[in-house]
Design a protein around this ligand. Structure first.
Ligand code: PAF
Length: 282
């Protein structure tokens, strides 16, 4: 049975009744099979799965898609039931922020201003603030985040480490369509030609990974990825394509790395990333 609560008071009562380990999956709704994979990963590792569904206004800029972000609560609850969630917390904005937008927000540090943060000022302040708030409200043992939002996952991990938040953060691999497109709630904005153009992101990552597997160096990996992006269907506008270390620190020249990409397809911003293993330097 999946219990659904909408207020912090109801959540406190329902949470107190959960005995054993608790895993949280935080979402903004519009659930797809990528989220379902997160829920199932949680189901395998804890006694109780708690899902939060909340479109967090703090993480949307003034010209972003807060108003048009898909809100599909009934379908989302169906996914939660199917995946065996025990408790769903779906609060209103007024219940989450009863005094209006919080004046105190978490500072994500320098990484918060790079990559996604460079294009979306304040985004990670909003994400980390709501993630910490939801962690306080749900008090999970484990928290599951998708690797698709790799910078978010990295910052949440760092927040938990730096601020001694008592939770283990688990990254869950990205789920893809058979043609490589990473699942995202924003894919539903894409027209058919835009969807074809969106494949340029995963094509770039695959080309980069292939080049790394062939023993190419970092510069060649990036060139291969750029070439594949450019060869995709027209309509995708690259924002960034960066090879960094797995914690998104500057680098790397060899060993484990992450290739991260963001592009605009029409008015939709898409992101993706892949693990890369660079050969040791000669
Ligand atoms: O990844 C998301 O859906 C959101 O950024 C999150 C973690 C639910 C916070 O609003």
């Amino acid at each position: 049975m999946t219990q659904v609560v909408h207020t912090r008071a109801e959540l406190a009562e329902a949470r107190a009744a959960l005995k054993g380990t608790v895993g949280v999956v935080m979402t903004m709704g519009a659930l797809h099979s990528g989220h379902e994979t997160l829920l199932r990963a949680a189901r395998d590792q804890v006694d109780h799965v708690l899902v939060t569904i909340f479109v967090n206004p703090l993480q949307f800029g003034p010209n972003e898609d807060f108003d048009r972000y898909p809100r599909t609560l009934d379908a989302d609850l169906e996914v939660c039931r199917r995946a065996g969630a025990d408790l769903v917390f779906a609060p209103s904005v007024a219940d989450m922020y009863p005094d209006g937008q919080p004046r105190v927000r978490l500072d994500p540090g320098p990484l918060g201003g790079e990559l996604e943060g460079a294009s979306r000022p304040g985004f990670f302040h909003g994400v980390l603030t709501v993630v910490l708030k939801l962690l306080q409200l749900t008090r999970p043992d484990l928290a599951f985040f998708g690797e698709k939002d790799y910078q978010q996952l990295t910052l949440v991990r760092r927040m938990a480490r730096d601020l001694d938040v008592p939770v283990e953060v688990i990254g869950v691999p990205t789920v893809r369509e058979p043609d490589g497109l990473a699942l995202s709630s924003r894919n539903r904005y894409l027209s058919e030609p835009e969807r074809a153009a969106a494949l340029s992101l995963s094509a770039a990552l695959r080309a980069g990974a292939r080049a790394a597997d062939d023993g190419r160096d970092a510069g060649e990996v990036l060139s291969a990825a750029h070439a594949a992006f450019g060869a995709g269907a027209p309509g995708a506008q690259l924002d960034y394509l960066v090879l960094t270390d797995p914690e998104l620190e500057p680098g790397p020249v060899s060993g484990p790395a992450r290739l991260v990409i963001a592009a605009w397809v029409g008015t939709t911003r898409l992101i993706d990333n892949a693990a890369i293993h660079l050969a040791p330097r000669a």
